[in-house]
Design a protein around this ligand. Structure first.
Ligand SMILES: Cc1cc2nc3c(=O)[nH]c(=O)nc-3n(C[C@H](O)[C@H](O)[C@H](O)COP(=O)(O)OP(=O)(O)OC[C@H]3O[C@@H](n4cnc5c(N)ncnc54)[C@H](O)[C@@H]3O)c2cc1C
Ligand code: SF4
Ligand code: SF4
Length: 343
């Protein structure tokens, strides 16, 4: 695929409302900035080709070529992408307790990676009020402070660009499928840089059906609860059809049909539900909120899981057949919706 520069990125993605605000084009140069989830090109740049364009998950991407480069195998068209095994998991006794979204698999693996030295930094998403904020951490204990899902899209990948500038060489990143696609494009060395070395030692992808537009979510949620009172936000799996806001004063339930109005259109053309280009993908497990669904995709992901189990950071069980069928159906439906979208 042809790579252009920041002018084309602005025209073809940002001005067409295709940008999800992943942050991959930020902190490469001073020209792109994020304000409350909105990415802006502050100055014109005359380069005909740029990393900003090359890393963007919303420009045309040869997914087959990327699959060969990242997974070393052709994409076989399975709704879950390439994988080695699928399990269910939760944080083990050696992990700290935290305000986990589900079983704490993601936090436990990232903390374990930093403790073992497999990772020298971890790129996570914290929050200030309800605003999701990218965070680069280096100590295992800092990981648990970023636990929990922030259901608005975040410029998380910008912290990878910062980390590379700061000299980190074994970065772990947790991201949504679009952020993981950006990381895979970075890993494929699209600018053919002769001195390139893959900066990622582990990419953990989250499952994602959609994220919310922060500029719409902030006024919406401020009518319902004060940001400083919110402890956790959750979307239980179907058929619940609600968003739960857990506050210091109790739980508030919002019908999901109201929340869906805050989803940006660009999520409607996104075909990936399970972060197909990650080393490990993690999501909710229907009916058992204290567990996660865990998809192991790469050899290094498999090794990390194996080590984490051995040292008590992770507990694994077999994936129930019925849950696997539901997962495959949901991932396939997301692809169909994306393909049939009118955008
Ligand atoms: C926007 C969004 C949509 C999701 N949709 C689904 C879905 O449809 N189906 C499903 O099964 N699971 C979905 N998930 C994943 C699910 O909510 C849990 O994150 C996942 O099951 C991991 O649980 P855990 O207990 O291991 O996470 P924890 O150990 O609590 O860790 C959560 C991690 O998520 C990261 N994170 C939080 N918010 C964001 C964000 N906005 N962008 C990038 N990273 C973030 C944090 O850095 C943290 O490391 C979604 C998550 C997000 C952020
Ligand atoms: S790289 Fe991410 S933030 Fe930048 S234009 Fe593309 S989608 Fe938007
Ligand atoms: S639906 Fe796709 S584009 Fe939207 S936040 Fe999730 S991964 Fe990103």
């Amino acid at each position: 695929m042809k790579i252009f520069g920041s002018k084309e990125l602005t025209q073809n993605v940002i001005e067409k409302d295709l940008c999800i605000g992943c942050g991959a084009c930020m902190d490469l140069c001073p020209y792109f900035a994020s304000h409350k989830g909105k990415i802006a090109n502050l100055f014109a740049c005359s380069l005909e080709q740029g990393r900003c364009y090359a890393f963007c998950p919303k420009v045309a991407t040869d997914l087959e070529d990327l699959s060969l480069k990242i997974h070393g195998t052709s994409s076989d068209g399975h709704p879950l992408g390439h994988f080695r095994s699928i399990k269910i998991s939760k944080a083990g006794p050696a992990a700290n307790s935290g305000n986990f979204q589900c079983g704490g698999t993601v936090s436990a693996l990232m903390a374990f990676g930093l403790k073992k030295g497999t990772l020298d930094a971890a790129v996570l998403t914290d929050r200030e009020g309800v605003l999701p904020v990218p965070k680069l951490v280096t100590h295992p204990d800092e990981v648990y402070g970023c636990s929990g899902s922030k259901y608005t899209s975040a410029p998380t990948v910008s912290a990878v660009n910062r980390g590379i500038k700061q000299g980190y060489k074994k970065i772990g990143m947790v991201g949504t499928p679009c952020q993981v696609l950006a990381s895979a494009k970075m890993r494929s060395n699209p600018m053919n840089d002769g001195a390139f070395a893959d900066p990622f030692a582990l990419v953990i992808g989250l499952f994602c059906t959609w994220a919310l537009d922060f500029r719409k979510f902030e006024p919406f949620i401020s009518e319902i609860a004060a940001a400083e009172d919110i402890i956790k936000i959750d979307i239980p799996p179907p058929p619940a059809e609600i968003m739960e806001i857990h506050t210091r004063h109790g739980k508030i339930e919002i019908p999901l049909e109201k929340v869906r109005q805050l989803v940006p259109e660009t999520c409607g053309i996104c075909p990936d539900m399970t972060s197909e280009f990650a080393d490990i993908s993690v999501g909710v497990l229907e009916g058992r909120p204290e567990y996660n669904t865990l998809i192991i995709r790469s050899q290094r992901g498999e090794e990390m899981v194996h080590e984490a189990v051995k040292e008590g950071f992770l507990v694994l069980e077999a994936m129930p057949e019925e849950s696997l069928d539901h997962l495959i159906l949901a991932a396939g439906n997301k692809k169909k919706r994306a393909v049939n979208s009118e955008r």
